[in-house]
Design a binder for this molecule. Structure first.
Ligand SMILES: [Zn+2]
Length: 549
């Protein structure tokens, strides 16, 4: 009798039984993980779905099934916290078996471990295959800290998160969470040389293609680092020599420009180095490479924080963003502030008239769901909906009484910039291309970060859109690109590939070549890599002997 309910319940599971565990002696299942079973006692206080998500189920002891509810459910991510004690202070990392019913529903999968009030976070991971158990390995050395972590010996929970890319329900499975010492070891010089030789041999067999938009983002306004011998001429020549035909250069923020501007103050970094737009443009003309001027939106300056005076002025004028706790963000400007909007528009229009081939929006979004709750945003929101908000900001936060109206307001405040810049540039600088770097999920970016980029495509305000598809997984890249293709209409889709952002140890030439082939096989005619710098230049020569001939 006691087995009957379990048998009946078992038939409802979708995830198949997992592998029985690794034979490798360096791998050991985490003891507290094996205690997780379907009994109520085991579940209580252990598994915490994020708001809007369904409770985890236990396929068998130590194996969980996580029902992903994306159909008719506005959640941006499927996420669960599972309490279990982990100590990897003497181990190289953890590994686990992962099963995914439908990878196309996710734009990103991530694994975290909680320690104290902070989290150890991984680079997004992806399985090699769908509907098969795949082993995922997380090296301790690849973890980043978010918040205040107490140490690798005091991990109290894991978190598994999948960001929405689709509108269908699916299921993921998680099993055999294990300690491991079998992480990828650093290759010796000789091993590395052998790997690179084999990669080059394979890369040379790949076909090239004509008529592609082959581009790089360049985060530095000074080309390859700004050293006297590595300025714009070398930066552009290295692209041209290796089969690229466009560069997108970060020449402006909201509080500074790296060229002579009547709208934005000059960057203090420019002193003694001259107008970077003119220098870059001269090199682009010389080598026949398109120049697209990339401007950050609603953020005063770069990570160098040389924008103190500008940030102080923004604070004085009441332009700073405020989060839901009432704290001002020192470098971020309020997207719904009309004075800020005017300046952003004028800066883009001025840029478009400087003889560039295109202008490029970046960070054209809100910081997250927790901004902007400044006084001005509240006033403008209340004016838009025609009533006062009873409980601020609670009513506007996810799950609040006015969450939908607030999401519309946030998205519209961002859209207003793109729409007006497009209207002005089409008239005042016709022929200049308009593009944007965007997050990668057509169905959740509007709600999550107020970035309604599929609308900008449908309305024809953009000529080209570059979703930041920063994954190493060809499977996930393919699924992202397919969802994006369906959303962009006639606008050129140019996927952003994160060569600088891939984790340590990744064979960058092989991965770049694989991803170029994924993009081509999807029927697309362009891609853009992040980021053009001295470290990546050496990979380009190898690609030039294969898919970029
Ligand atoms: Zn605001």
């Amino acid at each position: 009798m006691t087995f009957l309910p379990i048998l009946l319940f078992a038939s409802a599971f979708i995830v198949p039984p997992p592998p029985t565990g690794a034979d490798d002696l360096t791998v050991q299942v985490v003891p507290s993980w094996t205690k997780l079973t379907s009994s109520a006692q085991s579940m209580r206080g252990r598994t915490f779905p994020m708001e809007g998500n369904a409770q985890a189920r236990w396929r068998c002891p130590g194996t969980m099934e996580l029902p992903v509810k994306f159909a008719d459910n506005p959640i941006v991510r499927a996420s669960w916290d599972i309490n279990c004690d982990i100590d990897i202070s003497d181990r190289a990392g953890v590994e686990f078996d992962f099963w995914c019913g439908d990878i196309s529903q996710f734009s990103q999968l991530r694994f975290y471990m909680r320690s104290g009030s902070g989290w150890y976070a991984t680079w997004p991971f992806a399985p090699d295959k769908e509907r098969e158990w795949c082993r995922i390995r997380i090296a301790k050395s690849d973890l980043n800290k978010e918040g205040k972590c107490l140490g690798f010996d005091k991990i109290s929970a894991i978190r598994i998160s999948g960001w929405r890319n689709g509108t269908r329900d699916t299921v993921i499975g998680l099993a055999n969470l294990s300690y491991t010492d079998a992480v990828a070891k650093k290759l010796t010089k000789a091993e590395l040389a052998e790997r690179d030789r084999k990669t080059l041999e394979w890369v040379k067999t790949l076909p090239s293609a004509s008529g592609e938009h082959r581009a790089f983002w360049c985060h530095s306004a000074f080309g390859l680092g700004g050293a006297p011998d590595k300025g714009w001429d070398e930066a552009i020549r290295s692209l041209k020599d290796n089969g690229f035909n466009a560069i997108y250069v970060n020449l402006a923020w909201s509080g500074c420009a790296y060229y002579k501007s009547d709208v934005l103050p000059p960057s203090p970094q420019m002193a003694g180095k001259g107008d970077q737009l003119e220098q870059c443009k001269a090199a682009c003309r010389k080598y026949g490479v398109e120049l697209h001027a990339w401007k950050m939106c609603w953020v005063t300056g770069g990570t160098n924080r040389s924008d103190g005076a500008v940030a102080a002025e923004a604070k004085r004028r009441g332009w700073l963003q405020m989060n839901d706790k009432g704290a001002e963000l020192p470098h971020a400007l309020c997207p719904s502030n009309p004075e800020v909007l005017d300046r952003e528009i004028e800066a883009f229009v001025e840029l478009a008239k400087k003889g560039v081939d295109g202008i490029h929006f970046d960070r054209v979004r809100h910081s997250g769901t927790s901004t902007c709750f400044c006084r001005g945003c509240r006033e403008r929101f209340e004016r838009k909906i025609g009533k006062t908000v009873a409980s601020w900001p609670a009513d506007a936060l996810p799950g609040g009484a006015l969450a939908k109206e607030w999401a519309d307001f946030r998205a519209e405040s961002v859209t207003a910039l793109v729409r007006e810049v497009a209207r002005r540039v089409r008239k005042e600088a016709p022929g200049v291309k308009i593009s944007a770097a965007v997050f990668n999920s057509p169905c959740s970016d509007r709600e999550g970060i107020g970035q309604d980029w599929t609308l900008w495509c449908r309305e024809g305000w953009l000529d080209r859109v570059c979703p930041m598809n920063y994954t190493v997984s060809p499977l996930l890249l393919k699924s992202m690109v397919e969802a994006q293709k369906a959303a962009v209409g006639n606008v050129q889709l140019v996927p952003g590939l994160g060569i600088s952002l891939w984790p340590r140890g990744v064979d960058r030439v092989r991965t770049a070549a694989e991803q170029i082939m994924v993009v081509r096989n999807a029927g697309l005619d362009g891609f853009i890599f992040f980021n053009h710098n001295v470290w990546n230049v050496r990979h380009l020569e190898a690609l030039h002997q294969g898919p970029l001939k």
